[in-house]
Design a protein around this ligand. Structure first.
Ligand code: NAD
Length: 497
């Protein structure tokens, strides 16, 4: 990580390959470390969206893109990956300004975005079509074709990585993509547009349209030309988009919220478990869909484990995202901090005991930023609202459990089903519990580790569909069966003479 500073994107939108000033509602991107303004820009209006869609339709149908073979499309993705890698420090700087995340984390997110483009270049170049088993006098095939126009709608917490997770497979699959990032973090997606433009992707195939969800987001979901929506965000928004997609009979993937359980058995390696629990909840200041926000500790070690956890939490370094020593940076902004603080107040009302944190850190360097101390709450029942609802901040609830059956029942007694962590040295037990938990991802003796090769997604209120992995490409294509007749005789049914 360097100490260089970079110019932020100038605030123009990338509308079907043209840099244009938006005509929608104003967006103010702020740096949550000190409340300073990064950029004031006009978001995308419906008109801007309509223009981007018209350009995308033309670009997607152009033989210059439509007729490319998979390995030729792969070259664009590789060039985009190269472009991201050449700009890691700049992207990290922009995203840290945009989201308040530490430079270490935004660097890792930029590197993961480059890896995602590289991975899907490899996937599309090596994905075979199927010659299916013949059951008659015809060759039977199953082939995959682009959907056409895909909308990618992303949240503010890890923009460059969630953008790449959608844009890379969708372009690899031969589509045009309209990306709508959150208004709280518009800048890094606009930087991605610059890199994609520089990589030479034909004009019109990619747009970046930050703006109000109910205006531009809604247009992208409702518009008849959009054939698929890939959404990451909150459960309430996801449900609404799912309903709209249902009416259109449009495929949609929904990566939504979570309230993920972490389970600590008494036979765990305690140091490993404490480090994993802390990273699982307090990295990204808890603003992570997969945050391990509900901790279950076996009663035999509960007091000891929780005491050590609290002591380790109090050693975490809260500070500026530009300070390399910082572990817990500010939240995305002041409005969101208030929402998290409302949950801490609720935890108190529900009878919870705040074991550590629960307030804003004070002193120079903190007072004008959206900082909040890492917070641990005990004494609540698993059915309290604090334990049921996603807080999306640095707030951990801890609960004791009696045995395997009890912890499986408590873990699954929640609307969400995104992730789970298990800490134990008993391998058969880890396997049994992993299979019994309602979650799209389970980590055993580790947490919050990701690989682009492993499908990811949620169940129940955490969404539907999977991203990543080789099958991630196919989610952006239509599958078609082709029967190629081999007989030279007419089909026997008609009476031709
Ligand atoms: P959000 O649902 O408020 O917004 C997400 C995106 O949807 C934004 O771009 C927003 O502008 C847009 N949007 C809002 N209303 C819309 C509408 N009516 N039509 C179309 N688009 C609309 O979520 P957020 O606050 O930006 O993000 C935090 C949430 O995202 C948390 O719940 C978190 O768990 C979830 N998340 C999930 C994953 C995952 O992979 N499961 C990853 C990251 C974040």
């Amino acid at each position: 990580m360097s100490h260089k500073t970079y110019d932020l994107p100038d605030g123009r939108l990338f509308v079907g390959g043209e840099w244009e000033t938006g005509s929608g509602a104003e967006i103010v991107s702020t740096f949550s470390h000190d409340g300073s303004e990064n950029r004031r820009l006009s978001g995308a209006s419906r008109d801007d969206g309509e223009r981007a869609i018209a350009r995308a339709i033309a670009a997607q149908a152009d033989p210059a893109w439509r007729d490319l073979l998979p390995h030729q499309r792969a070259r664009y993705l590789t060039r985009i990956a190269d472009g991201i890698e050449a700009n890691i420090d700049r992207i990290s700087f922009i995203q840290t300004r945009d989201t308040g995340k530490t430079r270490g984390e935004t660097t890792a997110l930029a590197m993961s975005a480059a890896g995602t483009f590289r991975y899907f270049a490899a996937v599309v170049e090596t994905a075979d079509e199927d010659l299916t088993t013949r059951r008659g006098d015809h060759l039977t095939m199953s082939v995959h074709e682009p959907i056409g126009l895909v909308a990618a709608i992303t949240p503010w917490n890890s923009p460059i990585a969630s953008d790449a997770q959608k844009v890379a497979p969708a372009l690899a699959a031969g589509n045009a993509v309209l990306l709508k990032p959150s208004s709280w973090s518009p800048l890094v997606s606009l930087e991605l547009a610059r890199i994609i433009e520089e990589a030479g992707l034909p004009k019109g195939l990619f747009s970046v349209l930050p703006g109000a969800g109910r205006e531009i987001g809604n247009l992208l979901v409702e518009h008849p030309a959009i054939g698929r929506v890939s959404f990451t965000g909150g459960t309430e928004t996801g449900r609404r988009i799912g309903e709209q997609a249902g009416r259109k009979l449009m495929p949609v993937s929904l990566e939504l919220g979570g309230k993920s359980p972490t389970i600590v058995f008494s036979d765990c390696d305690m140091d490993q478990a404490i480090a994993g629990v802390l990273f699982g909840i307090f990295s990204s200041s808890g603003q992570s869909c997969i945050a391990g926000s509900r901790l279950f500790v076996e009663r035999a070690i509960y007091d000891d484990f929780v005491a050590r956890l609290v002591a380790a939490t109090e050693k975490l370094v809260v500070g500026s995202p530009f300070d390399p020593a910082t572990q817990v940076a500010p939240l995305i902004g002041f409005e969101h901090r208030e929402a998290v603080e409302a949950y801490i107040a609720l935890a108190r009302e529900e009878g919870g005991e705040i074991l550590t944190g629960g307030k804003r850190p004070s002193g120079p360097g903190f007072d004008s930023g959206a900082y909040l101390e890492p917070t641990i709450v005990a004494g609540l029942a698993n059915d309290s609202r604090t334990c049921r609802e996603e807080i999306f901040g640095p707030v951990l609830v801890v609960l004791p459990f009696d045995d395997e059956a009890d912890v499986i029942a408590q873990s699954n007694d929640n609307d969400y089903g995104l992730a789970c962590g298990i800490w134990t040295t008993d391998f058969p037990r880890a396997w049994r519990v992993a299979r019994a938990i309602q979650a799209g991802t389970v980590w055993i003796n580790t947490y919050k580790q990701f690989s682009i090769s492993t499908p990811f997604g949620g169940d129940a209120a955490s969404g539907m569909g999977r991203e990543k992995g080789r099958a991630g490409l196919r989610a952006y294509q239509r599958q078609k069966g082709i029967y190629h007749g081999l007989s030279e005789a007419p089909l026997p049914w008609a009476r031709l003479s």
